[in-house]
Design a protein around this ligand. Structure first.
Ligand code: NAD
Ligand code: KPL
Length: 336
């Protein structure tokens, strides 16, 4: 399929007669044939890999080591379950030691794994490499960007939802949208066409940092409380005063960090999200319930550090962080 798609895009393919190469043709051919390397075969990595592969884009899945690769190769590929219908895609797997240079890399691991995962691939990044960072929260993206100063790092914020049902099998649980942006260079990359072809709903966002800060604030106002009160998002309607106080402190933090647009009407949006997702458990609640490490350092931890940097006293946010850390430690879970 990859070859067919590439051939169809090659200059002169349709005419069968002489058709001169143009710079545009060559650029398009190069783009279509550039493999998408996907780092992290978890929920979002699989969701992207399967949809890109289905559209005929060349995809390479980077697995941790030879043992994981052997396990992957023993099966049929990656399975995506969509509205109860499952489909398996034979995406090519490889390890970080594979020799092929990487031009386009989707980083789909958790925020706390991103830096060490990139370190393993550093030697393979081509001079024109572009990284798409799918991590939630803030902090990991800047850390990765500092690790690879020559690469273009595109930050993403996604409201799509997926979960793993087992190894190499992911359920597409919630349709959503992915915003991509590069605060340093406003020009959108040409490979957004691949996302279009793959049916991945997306938009180029000139305000990606505002979006990431806004999502971080929403997650800080909702997720920790759902863990501490062991409730669904809707359960926070019984803690309305606490939510309101947190929103006021978070809005103050956003203003102080130069993100006034992210602070706009924060409380009403948090209330709207609580209502709209009342029956759901937050992602942090799900992590704790499944004894998985949370991304606390990139959410509440990041917010509290930013407040400290600005010498801003936010007592409720700081107390929330202390309560959550204590709660996680008491259950033997990592608190970083
Ligand atoms: P996940 O745990 O399902 O997948 C992460 C994968 O990365 C795992 O398979 C893990 O083994 C792999 N990994 C870690 N280190 C690696 C390494 N060095 N080499 C190779 N593979 C490695 O996580 P996820 O749910 O897909 O989340 C990824 C990010 O996307 C998180 O920051 C999360 O908050 C964010 N996000 C997830 C969703 C969702 O619905 N799952 C939605 C929005 C945002
Ligand atoms: O993003 C979320 C999550 O659970 O991580 C919502 C639903 C917005 C709650 O904060």
């Amino acid at each position: 399929v990859e070859m067919e798609r590439a051939r169809a895009k090659m200059p002169g393919h349709y005419s069968g007669s002489f058709a001169p190469f143009t710079a545009g043709d060559l650029m398009e051919y190069t783009l279509m044939s550039t493999p998408w390397h996907i780092l992290g075969a978890g929920s979002l990595g699989t969701l992207w890999a399967t949809r890109l592969a289905r559209a005929g884009a060349p995809v390479r899945l980077i697995l941790r080591n030879e043992a994981r690769l052997a396990d992957y190769r023993a099966g049929q590929g990656l399975t995506l379950v969509e509205q109860g219908v499952e489909q398996t895609y034979p995406v090519v797997g490889e390890t970080p030691d594979s020799p092929e240079p990487i031009h386009r890399l989707l980083v789909a691991c958790k925020a706390y794994d991103a830096q060490s995962a990139i370190a393993q691939l550093h030697h393979r990044l081509a001079p024109d490499a572009e990284l798409i960072l799918l991590q939630n929260g803030l902090g990991s993206q800047d850390a990765v960007a500092a690790q690879v100063p020559l690469a273009r790092c595109i930050y993403a914020s996604s409201t799509e939802g997926a979960f793993r049902e087992g190894d190499w099998r992911v359920v597409f649980a919630g349709h959503g949208y992915t915003w991509l942006g590069d605060a340093g260079h406003p020009t959108p990359p040409l490979w957004l066409d691949d996302l279009q072809a793959a049916g991945i709903p997306h938009d180029w966002a000139s305000d990606i940092l505002t979006r990431l800060w806004r999502k971080l604030a929403l997650n800080c106002a909702i997720n920790p409380l759902t863990v501490l009160y062991q409730c669904r998002n809707g359960g926070l309607q019984a803690h309305a005063c606490e939510v309101a106080t947190l929103c006021a402190e978070l809005a103050e933090l956003l203003e102080c960090c130069g993100q006034p647009a992210a602070a706009q009407d924060l409380h009403s949006e948090v209330q709207r999200v609580i209502q709209a997702t009342a029956a759901n458990y937050s992602s942090m609640h799900q992590d704790v319930a499944n004894h998985r490490r949370t991304e606390i350092s990139y959410l509440l931890g990041y917010a509290c550090q930013a407040a400290a940097r600005h010498q801003l006293v936010l007592p409720h946010l700081q107390q929330l962080q202390a309560r959550l850390v204590e709660y996680l430690r008491a259950r033997g879970l990592a608190s970083d």
